[in-house]
Structure formats: C-alpha cells, structure tokens
Design a protein around this ligand. Structure first.
Ligand code: IPE
Ligand code: IPE
Ligand code: MG
Length: 258
C-alpha cells in the first residue's frame, strides 16, 4: 500500500472514539484453570476487570458500554456455577450501585429478568432507579440476554399491538422493530469486542451488530485492561466504515452517510 493510500484510509476512517462499545467478556474459567484454581476465582477476577474497564470508559467519551454478563444459554452450566454467578452478580450490584451513582453512571439491564430471584430483580430495579438521571456513561449489563430473545419479545409486543388495532402489519419496518428492542433508546454499537480467543457472537446483540466493527482478542477477560481496550479502540479508529458505500464515497464529505 502506498503512503497516499494509507493517508486516504486515515482520512476516511472514523477517527472519533466509539460511542457505544459492546463486549463479550469471555475467558474467566480458562484464566482460573490456567492457574489451577476453581472457575469461581476466574469470575471474581472478571469482576475486577469490569470495574477497571467501566472506570476507563467513564473517563473517555464513550457514551454506552454494554457488557455481556450472562447469556440465555449460560443456564446450561453446572448448577453450582450458575448459583455462584448469581451470588456474585447480586453482591457486586449491592456493592457498586452507590459508586456508579457517584460517578454519574446510568445503569441499565437488558435481558429476561423474570428468571432471576426476587432479591436480584429488586436490586436491578433499585440500581436502575437510583442512577436513571445520570448522564456520563450508560452501563448496560446484558443478563439472561439473548439476541434471539430480544427479537422475539419485540415481535410479540408488535403482534399484540396489531391485534389490539394500535398498529397495522404494513407499519412493520426496520425502524419499528428497532423501537421494540431492549436497546431502542441506545445508539447501535460501534465496536464489538470479544475476549478469550473465540470468534463467535454467541447470541449477543444479533440485530444491533449489523454494522458494528468486530474485534477479537486472545486476552482472557480478567487480563483485559485499559491498554487492551486502547488497542481495540486503536484498531477501530484505523478502519474505514463504509455502510455499503464505496471507499471513494466515504472520502466525499458532501454526501450523506447511512
Ligand atoms: C465468561 O467466562 C463469563 C460468563 C460466561 C459468565 P467463561 O466462564 O465463559 O470462561 P471460559 O470461556 O470457560 O474460559
Ligand atoms: C458468552 O460466553 C456469554 C458471556 C460472556 C456472558 P460463553 O462462554 O457462554 O460463550 P460460548 O458458550 O463459548 O459460545
Ligand atoms: Mg466462555
């Protein structure tokens, strides 16, 4: 590639920091197993990594950080690990809500929360209510979340509205479906990160990732720190997001993108 080409790419890339980062925090179990420790220790170390990444994003201009904490498929794990994760989730919430609030962070949950214990559901509501007016960073925790669940619940509500006569089938459009997803009020993720070496989406934000830049790293989640995130953001900044246009069109500032 000539110097000229790389200059054009630089110019055409989205040079700003991603507004919305979505992360699959994978590799806690392997992190512990590598140290001959129980998986539980890996999950605890994972919580520490969460704290650092949230703090970093709040200091930057990131507006939304979505973290995949527990997937709708994670119930398939041994009962002991599921109950450990639930306990850790509850304890972390209890401990962190005030701190998030002091740092002007708005906490949100996406996913089917009806499967959680009453106590956990209460804590989730409490956290959302206490931080609802904060506007530095929105921290979205995906818990018992699945991309397919999100779409089905949206279609169900749309269907109910059609049956009630509040909507007509012709009204169904991408914009309308968007409005009924759990992320309706959030910008689409600009950058998706998966730690732990696997290159798959594991039923995360299926609809929302349509034009997200994907970044995979071998780093196990408990080892993922500010520098790892800076590497991911650097990779993001070097890319040219074309949204279906040609590279040349992206250089022409007079055209409307998307
Ligand atoms: C991610 O780490 C955390 C959750 C899914 C809750 P894993 O527990 O999947 O760790 P690995 O993939 O087994 O190493
Ligand atoms: C995805 O990780 C879910 C979370 C990080 C919460 P998994 O470890 O569950 O994904 P698979 O099973 O390897 O696809
Ligand atoms: Mg895993």
């Amino acid at each position: 590639m000539s110097t000229d080409d790389s200059n054009s790419l630089e110019l055409a890339s989205n040079s700003s920091i991603p507004r919305h980062i979505a992360i699959i925090m994978d590799g806690n179990g392997r992190w512990a197993q590598k140290r001959f420790m129980p998986r539980a220790i890996g999950h605890q170390a994972g919580v520490k990594a969460v704290r650092k990444i949230v703090e970093y994003c709040a200091r930057q201009e990131v507006k939304v950080l979505t973290l995949f904490a527990f997937s709708s498929e994670n119930w398939r794990r041994p009962e002991e690990e599921v109950s450990l994760l639930m306990g850790l989730f509850t304890a972390t919430l209890q401990r962190e809500i005030n701190k998030l609030d002091r740092n002007n962070i708005r906490l949100r949950f996406i996913g089917d929360r009806t499967k959680f214990s009453d106590k956990l559901q209460e804590k989730m509501l409490e956290g959302e209510f206490q931080t609802k007016d904060n506007n530095a960073l929105t921290l979205v925790v995906a818990a018992n979340y699945g991309g397919r669940w999100d779409m089905s619940q949206a279609f169900q509500t749309i269907m109910e509205k059609i049956m009630a006569g509040d909507l007509e089938s012709q009204d169904i459009s991408e914009q309308l479906i968007n409005q009924y997803l759990s992320t309706s009020d959030l910008p689409e993720p600009d950058l998706f990160i998966r730690t732990g070496g696997e290159q798959r989406v594991s039923n995360f934000l299926l609809w929302q990732l349509a034009y997200t830049e994907l970044y995979f790293t071998e780093t196990l989640w408990p080892d993922f720190d500010q520098h790892s995130l800076e590497d991911a953001i650097k990779s993001f900044k070097s890319r040219q997001r074309r949204f279906g246009h040609t590279g040349e069109q992206m250089l022409d500032k007079s055209i409307t993108l998307i």
